[in-house]
Design a protein around this ligand. Structure first.
Ligand SMILES: [Mg+2]
Length: 230
């Protein structure tokens, strides 16, 4: 890690809790649909529709709300009443206003690392939603640059590297998603630190990856960063 000058952080489920909130909201949706279909059918349908809608709606709570509404119509064979649709909208709003809970001494960790490194935050999702969480997290002041992307593919990172004049050998990305935070970074010959989270969206799961990649480090918790980077 000696050559590292810039540390980039993912936000959702790396610095603060996120996926468990989404699961809680989907659980509410599944309960609402109970008169029409099994829990498994509703869970499978919402996952499939969310993924199908990604190119149009992107990631996040508003996208989930639209997907839940779409599936409520379909799964109920268009029998669902307006009051239930209103409940789905309320579930979506709840997700957009939930308190931001920082993970494992996130504030102390970024504060400490800022003494030695340039910190960047790279999150994907809906602009309004991610900006609200960032504001409520109280972490903005520790970051030199904040980037909210609609996706985190190799080309998205490549554009960012060019725009911010980042050199792969000086860069390390910290995140909980192999698909979004780790694998694209390794492809760009930069370093990545993987911190698995107990709850990860199925869409972000990757089973086949090189656990022994020379640029990959896996740690258990955020505060372990201090040991390897300070
Ligand atoms: Mg994440």
């Amino acid at each position: 890690m000696k050559s590292i000058k810039v540390i980039a952080f993912d936000a959702d489920d790396t610095l603060w809790d996120n996926q468990p909130h989404f699961n809680e909201i989907i659980t509410g949706f599944v309960k609402l649909l109970k008169p029409y279909c099994s829990e498994k059918t509703a869970w499978d349908a919402i996952y499939r529709t969310q993924v199908e809608n990604l190119p149009l709606y992107g990631f996040g709570a508003r996208s989930l709300t639209l997907s839940m509404t779409q599936e409520a119509c379909k799964l109920s064979n268009y029998q669902i009443d307006a009051a239930s649709i209103e409940k789905i909208l309320q579930l979506g709003r709840k997700l957009l206003t939930m308190p931001v809970e920082l993970l494992d001494s996130a504030q102390e960790v970024v504060k400490k690392l800022k003494e030695k490194y340039r910190l960047i935050l790279i999150t994907k999702g809906d602009l309004v939603e991610q900006e609200r969480k960032l504001r409520d997290s109280g972490l903005i002041k520790y970051f030199h640059h904040i980037e909210i992307l609609s996706d985190k593919k190799v080309e998205d990172y490549q554009n960012l590297f060019e725009r911010l004049n980042l050199k792969p050998e000086e860069f390390v990305m910290v995140g909980n998603s192999l698909k979004s935070d780790i694998i694209p970074i390794l492809e760009l010959n930069a370093k990545a630190i993987y911190i698995p989270y107990h709850s990860t969206w199925e869409h972000e799961n990757v089973k086949d990856y090189d656990k022994n990649h020379k640029n990959l480090t896996q740690i258990e918790k955020l505060s372990d960063l201090i040991k390897i980077l300070m």
